[in-house]
Design a binder for this molecule. Structure first.
Ligand code: DGL
Length: 244
Protein backbone atom coordinates (compact mmCIF):
# COMPACT_ATOMS: atom_id res chain seq x y z
CA UNK A 1 0.00 0.00 0.00
CA UNK A 2 1.10 3.49 -0.80
CA UNK A 3 0.50 6.26 1.75
CA UNK A 4 0.71 9.98 1.18
CA UNK A 5 1.95 12.19 4.00
CA UNK A 6 1.28 15.90 3.81
CA UNK A 7 2.55 18.76 5.92
CA UNK A 8 3.23 22.45 5.46
CA UNK A 9 6.95 21.69 5.64
CA UNK A 10 9.37 19.45 7.51
CA UNK A 11 7.18 18.67 10.52
CA UNK A 12 5.38 15.73 8.94
CA UNK A 13 8.73 13.97 8.72
CA UNK A 14 8.21 13.19 12.42
CA UNK A 15 5.13 11.20 11.37
CA UNK A 16 7.05 9.61 8.48
CA UNK A 17 9.71 8.54 10.99
CA UNK A 18 7.13 6.76 13.12
CA UNK A 19 5.87 4.96 9.99
CA UNK A 20 9.42 3.94 9.09
CA UNK A 21 10.11 2.61 12.59
CA UNK A 22 6.76 0.80 12.73
CA UNK A 23 6.06 0.04 9.07
CA UNK A 24 2.45 -0.25 7.95
CA UNK A 25 2.81 0.85 4.29
CA UNK A 26 5.22 -0.29 1.57
CA UNK A 27 5.67 3.13 0.13
CA UNK A 28 5.50 6.70 1.45
CA UNK A 29 5.05 9.76 -0.74
CA UNK A 30 5.87 12.79 1.41
CA UNK A 31 4.90 16.29 0.38
CA UNK A 32 6.01 19.37 2.33
CA UNK A 33 4.60 22.69 1.14
CA UNK A 34 7.82 24.47 2.07
CA UNK A 35 7.02 27.36 -0.29
CA UNK A 36 4.19 28.44 1.98
CA UNK A 37 5.14 27.25 5.47
CA UNK A 38 4.04 28.28 8.09
CA UNK A 39 0.36 27.49 7.78
CA UNK A 40 -0.29 28.13 11.46
CA UNK A 41 -0.36 31.89 11.04
CA UNK A 42 -2.87 31.79 8.16
CA UNK A 43 -6.67 32.12 8.14
CA UNK A 44 -8.81 29.01 7.89
CA UNK A 45 -9.83 29.76 4.27
CA UNK A 46 -6.21 29.89 3.19
CA UNK A 47 -5.37 26.69 5.08
CA UNK A 48 -8.28 24.91 3.35
CA UNK A 49 -7.22 26.21 -0.09
CA UNK A 50 -3.64 25.00 0.43
CA UNK A 51 -4.89 21.62 1.66
CA UNK A 52 -7.05 21.19 -1.46
CA UNK A 53 -4.05 22.01 -3.63
CA UNK A 54 -2.15 19.27 -1.82
CA UNK A 55 -4.93 16.84 -2.79
CA UNK A 56 -4.33 17.86 -6.43
CA UNK A 57 -0.62 17.17 -5.95
CA UNK A 58 -1.35 13.68 -4.61
CA UNK A 59 -3.61 12.98 -7.62
CA UNK A 60 -0.34 12.26 -9.46
CA UNK A 61 0.54 9.26 -7.29
CA UNK A 62 -2.40 6.89 -7.00
CA UNK A 63 -2.12 6.71 -3.20
CA UNK A 64 -4.25 4.34 -1.10
CA UNK A 65 -4.61 6.71 1.86
CA UNK A 66 -3.37 10.08 3.04
CA UNK A 67 -2.16 11.23 6.43
CA UNK A 68 -2.51 14.93 7.00
CA UNK A 69 0.56 15.10 9.20
CA UNK A 70 -0.18 18.68 10.14
CA UNK A 71 -2.27 19.63 13.13
CA UNK A 72 -3.14 22.99 11.60
CA UNK A 73 -4.59 21.38 8.46
CA UNK A 74 -6.22 18.64 10.53
CA UNK A 75 -7.96 21.32 12.60
CA UNK A 76 -9.65 22.99 9.62
CA UNK A 77 -9.49 21.16 6.33
CA UNK A 78 -10.29 17.45 6.76
CA UNK A 79 -13.97 17.62 5.65
CA UNK A 80 -13.08 19.64 2.51
CA UNK A 81 -10.17 17.33 1.70
CA UNK A 82 -12.29 14.20 2.20
CA UNK A 83 -14.93 15.58 -0.17
CA UNK A 84 -12.30 15.70 -2.95
CA UNK A 85 -10.60 12.35 -2.44
CA UNK A 86 -11.62 8.76 -3.07
CA UNK A 87 -9.24 7.31 -0.46
CA UNK A 88 -9.26 7.59 3.34
CA UNK A 89 -7.69 10.72 4.83
CA UNK A 90 -6.46 10.60 8.43
CA UNK A 91 -5.70 13.67 10.52
CA UNK A 92 -3.46 13.82 13.57
CA UNK A 93 -5.69 15.49 16.14
CA UNK A 94 -8.09 12.60 16.81
CA UNK A 95 -5.18 10.12 17.19
CA UNK A 96 -3.43 12.55 19.58
CA UNK A 97 -6.53 12.87 21.74
CA UNK A 98 -7.03 9.09 21.87
CA UNK A 99 -3.35 8.54 22.70
CA UNK A 100 -3.56 10.95 25.61
CA UNK A 101 -6.81 9.41 26.82
CA UNK A 102 -5.24 5.93 26.71
CA UNK A 103 -2.17 7.01 28.63
CA UNK A 104 -3.54 9.40 31.27
CA UNK A 105 -6.19 8.03 33.61
CA UNK A 106 -6.46 10.97 35.99
CA UNK A 107 -9.01 13.40 34.51
CA UNK A 108 -7.61 16.16 36.74
CA UNK A 109 -4.14 15.72 35.29
CA UNK A 110 -2.52 18.97 34.26
CA UNK A 111 -2.48 18.90 30.44
CA UNK A 112 -0.60 21.43 28.32
CA UNK A 113 -1.47 21.70 24.62
CA UNK A 114 1.06 23.49 22.45
CA UNK A 115 0.41 24.27 18.80
CA UNK A 116 0.28 26.93 16.15
CA UNK A 117 -1.98 29.95 16.50
CA UNK A 118 -4.51 28.39 14.10
CA UNK A 119 -4.56 25.04 15.90
CA UNK A 120 -4.94 26.58 19.35
CA UNK A 121 -7.63 29.00 18.13
CA UNK A 122 -9.58 26.09 16.61
CA UNK A 123 -9.94 24.66 20.18
CA UNK A 124 -10.12 21.19 18.63
CA UNK A 125 -7.90 19.52 21.24
CA UNK A 126 -9.33 21.45 24.13
CA UNK A 127 -12.99 20.84 23.29
CA UNK A 128 -12.52 17.12 22.61
CA UNK A 129 -10.48 16.60 25.79
CA UNK A 130 -13.15 18.41 27.82
CA UNK A 131 -15.77 16.07 26.33
CA UNK A 132 -13.66 13.17 27.60
CA UNK A 133 -13.75 14.68 31.09
CA UNK A 134 -10.33 16.35 31.30
CA UNK A 135 -10.69 19.57 33.24
CA UNK A 136 -7.23 20.96 33.83
CA UNK A 137 -6.15 22.04 30.34
CA UNK A 138 -3.92 24.91 29.24
CA UNK A 139 -3.49 25.77 25.55
CA UNK A 140 -0.51 27.76 24.42
CA UNK A 141 0.42 29.12 21.00
CA UNK A 142 4.09 28.38 20.40
CA UNK A 143 4.22 29.06 16.66
CA UNK A 144 7.77 30.47 16.65
CA UNK A 145 9.01 26.91 17.16
CA UNK A 146 7.92 26.16 13.57
CA UNK A 147 10.38 28.43 11.71
CA UNK A 148 13.18 27.50 14.09
CA UNK A 149 12.68 23.82 13.21
CA UNK A 150 12.48 24.69 9.49
CA UNK A 151 15.86 26.40 10.00
CA UNK A 152 17.18 23.09 11.29
CA UNK A 153 17.75 24.45 14.81
CA UNK A 154 16.81 21.75 17.29
CA UNK A 155 19.03 22.67 20.24
CA UNK A 156 21.05 25.54 21.69
CA UNK A 157 20.65 28.99 23.14
CA UNK A 158 18.10 30.45 20.70
CA UNK A 159 15.75 27.53 21.22
CA UNK A 160 16.26 27.60 25.00
CA UNK A 161 15.45 31.33 25.06
CA UNK A 162 12.28 30.67 23.07
CA UNK A 163 11.19 27.93 25.46
CA UNK A 164 11.83 30.24 28.40
CA UNK A 165 9.73 32.93 26.69
CA UNK A 166 6.80 30.56 26.14
CA UNK A 167 6.95 28.45 29.30
CA UNK A 168 8.15 30.82 32.02
CA UNK A 169 4.69 31.11 33.61
CA UNK A 170 3.67 27.49 33.02
CA UNK A 171 3.73 24.99 35.88
CA UNK A 172 5.27 21.64 35.01
CA UNK A 173 2.41 19.72 33.38
CA UNK A 174 1.68 16.00 33.70
CA UNK A 175 1.41 15.70 29.93
CA UNK A 176 2.15 17.89 26.94
CA UNK A 177 0.38 17.40 23.63
CA UNK A 178 2.90 18.30 20.95
CA UNK A 179 0.06 19.69 18.86
CA UNK A 180 2.24 20.49 15.88
CA UNK A 181 4.21 17.90 13.97
CA UNK A 182 7.26 20.16 13.94
CA UNK A 183 7.56 19.95 17.72
CA UNK A 184 8.88 16.38 18.13
CA UNK A 185 12.05 17.73 16.49
CA UNK A 186 12.52 19.91 19.58
CA UNK A 187 10.94 17.44 22.02
CA UNK A 188 14.23 16.78 23.77
CA UNK A 189 14.63 20.48 24.61
CA UNK A 190 10.97 20.74 25.69
CA UNK A 191 11.31 17.64 27.89
CA UNK A 192 14.52 19.01 29.42
CA UNK A 193 12.89 22.36 30.14
CA UNK A 194 10.41 20.57 32.40
CA UNK A 195 13.06 18.19 33.85
CA UNK A 196 11.65 15.35 31.73
CA UNK A 197 8.62 15.04 34.01
CA UNK A 198 5.70 15.44 31.57
CA UNK A 199 4.57 12.70 29.25
CA UNK A 200 4.93 13.98 25.68
CA UNK A 201 2.23 13.06 23.16
CA UNK A 202 3.66 12.84 19.67
CA UNK A 203 1.43 12.90 16.55
CA UNK A 204 3.52 10.25 14.73
CA UNK A 205 3.31 7.59 17.41
CA UNK A 206 -0.34 8.47 18.00
CA UNK A 207 -1.14 7.95 14.29
CA UNK A 208 0.58 4.57 14.23
CA UNK A 209 -1.42 3.44 17.29
CA UNK A 210 -4.60 4.80 15.69
CA UNK A 211 -4.01 2.94 12.40
CA UNK A 212 -3.36 -0.33 14.25
CA UNK A 213 -6.66 0.18 16.08
CA UNK A 214 -8.33 0.75 12.70
CA UNK A 215 -7.15 -2.70 11.58
CA UNK A 216 -3.98 -1.83 9.65
CA UNK A 217 -1.32 -4.44 10.26
CA UNK A 218 2.44 -4.12 10.76
CA UNK A 219 4.86 -4.98 7.96
CA UNK A 220 8.31 -6.49 8.33
CA UNK A 221 10.05 -4.28 5.83
CA UNK A 222 10.77 -0.53 5.99
CA UNK A 223 8.84 1.50 3.45
CA UNK A 224 10.43 3.22 0.51
CA UNK A 225 10.05 6.99 0.96
CA UNK A 226 10.09 9.70 -1.70
CA UNK A 227 10.11 13.29 -0.51
CA UNK A 228 8.72 16.23 -2.46
CA UNK A 229 8.83 19.90 -1.51
CA UNK A 230 7.26 22.94 -3.14
CA UNK A 231 10.41 24.98 -2.41
CA UNK A 232 13.80 24.74 -0.70
CA UNK A 233 14.32 21.09 -1.57
CA UNK A 234 17.86 21.24 -0.19
CA UNK A 235 16.65 22.47 3.21
CA UNK A 236 14.03 19.74 3.47
CA UNK A 237 16.54 17.12 2.36
CA UNK A 238 18.93 18.24 5.12
CA UNK A 239 16.28 17.98 7.82
CA UNK A 240 15.12 14.64 6.40
CA UNK A 241 18.62 13.18 6.44
CA UNK A 242 19.15 14.39 10.02
CA UNK A 243 15.80 13.20 11.30
CA UNK A 244 15.25 10.04 9.29
N1 DGL B 1 3.44 21.11 11.28
C1 DGL B 1 2.25 21.84 11.31
C2 DGL B 1 1.31 21.46 12.40
O1 DGL B 1 1.31 20.32 12.80
C3 DGL B 1 2.15 23.25 10.96
C4 DGL B 1 3.21 24.22 11.18
C5 DGL B 1 2.91 25.45 10.38
O2 DGL B 1 2.95 25.35 9.16
O3 DGL B 1 2.63 26.49 10.99
O4 DGL B 1 0.51 22.24 12.84
Amino acid sequence: MKIGIFDSGAGGLTVAKSLIEQPIFNEIIYYGDTARVPYGTKDSNTIIRYALEAIEFFNNFNIDALITACNTVSAYALPSMRSKANYPIFGVIEPGILALNNKIEDKNANILIIGTRATVNSRRYEDELKKLGFSNITSLQTGMLVPIVEEGITQGKVLDAMLEYYFKDIQTPDAIILGCTHFPLVAEAIGNYFSNKPLLIHSGDAVVEYLFNKGYTPLEKEPQITIYASDNVIGLRQIASQWL
